[in-house]
Design a protein around this ligand. Structure first.
Ligand SMILES: NC(=O)c1ccc[n+]([C@@H]2O[C@H](COP(=O)([O-])OP(=O)(O)OC[C@H]3O[C@@H](n4cnc5c(N)ncnc54)[C@H](O)[C@@H]3O)[C@@H](O)[C@H]2O)c1
Length: 252
């Protein structure tokens, strides 16, 4: 992986860092010498990840258990991160749950919970982190959307709504925070094969079908998102804000 010296000793916060793409991003920043903190609800996996990485990274990787649907818990956790690791330079809003739900079954309570899981915390974590970035003279926010909402996928209308919302939110935050030297960008992953995806949704046939529709005929794993994330957070992307980058192997 390319090295970006600007991340060394910087405080980086990643949501949903305990597994899948988030865990790969945690490792990516930790291997750059950053002070990485991550938020998750999955305790066992998260402790295991923090312990494994902390054995040979410059700074120990810190796991904070919090449910991102709870805005007070977000505020408390960000305060802890800033108190321990200093003002946050990079925030990656990665956490989400792509639960399937049928149109006929969705209740107002289900809808609200889904949007709190997939969209609301992106706003509130950014709101709470922004003053700390401003104080540090600037920062970078990277939000995780998905190509799913572009593909007319029928099985998760609430998730698709949230992921489309992440792009609108990215653009609005970029406009609001740009004068404070805070850049806000978005990544739209395609089919990224993770443990959760394999357990719940993917089949070998489905994977082969998607790979066939990618320009790049390879199965993409979580590490495919790390490079684009590091790049967007780095000084190489200093003139990029309000942008959305698709990382899907070129699906057609
Ligand atoms: N895997 C894919 O194919 C794919 C495709 C497109 C977009 N994405 C997006 O990438 C991001 C990561 O996806 P992933 O596949 O790695 O998912 P994942 O389920 O493997 O990881 C998500 C993490 O978020 C955590 N999380 C969920 N709800 C939480 C909450 N309320 N509070 C705290 N933590 C919570 C989970 O415990 C988990 O560790 C998501 O935003 C997802 O929408 C993934």
């Amino acid at each position: 992986m390319a090295q970006f010296p600007e991340f060394r000793d910087r405080s980086v916060l990643i949501t949903g860092g305990g597994s899948g793409i988030g865990a790969a991003i945690v490792e990516g920043f930790a291997r750059q010498g950053a002070k990485v903190s991550f938020i998750d609800i999955a305790e066992e996996e998260s402790h295991a990840l923090a312990d494994r990485l902390s054995r040979d990274t410059l700074h120990p990787v810190r796991f904070h258990r919090a449910d991102l649907r709870d805005v007070d818990a977000i505020r408390r956790t960000v305060d802890e991160v800033v108190a321990h690791s200093g003002p946050i330079s990079v925030l990656v809003n990665n956490a989400a749950r792509d639960d399937r739900h049928d149109l006929a079954d969705v209740t107002p309570e289900y809808w609200d919970n889904n949007l709190a899981t997939n969209l609301r915390h992106v706003f509130f974590t950014s709101q709470v982190v922004a003053p700390s970035m401003r104080e540090a003279g600037g920062g970078v926010i990277i939000n995780m959307s998905s190509i799913a909402f572009l593909l007319n996928m029928p099985d998760f209308p609430a998730y698709s709504t949230a992921k489309a919302g992440v792009i609108g939110l990215t653009k609005s935050l970029a406009g609001r925070l740009g004068p404070d030297n805070i850049r806000v960008n978005c990544i739209l992953p395609g089919m990224i094969v993770t443990d959760r995806q394999m357990k719940l949704w993917l089949t070998e046939e489905g994977i082969a079908d998607t790979v066939q529709r990618q320009c790049i005929k390879k199965v993409l794993h979580a590490d495919a998102i790390v490079g684009p994330c590091l790049f967007l957070a780095s000084d190489c992307a200093a003139a990029m804000s309000a942008q959305s980058i698709i990382v899907d192997g070129g699906i057609f």
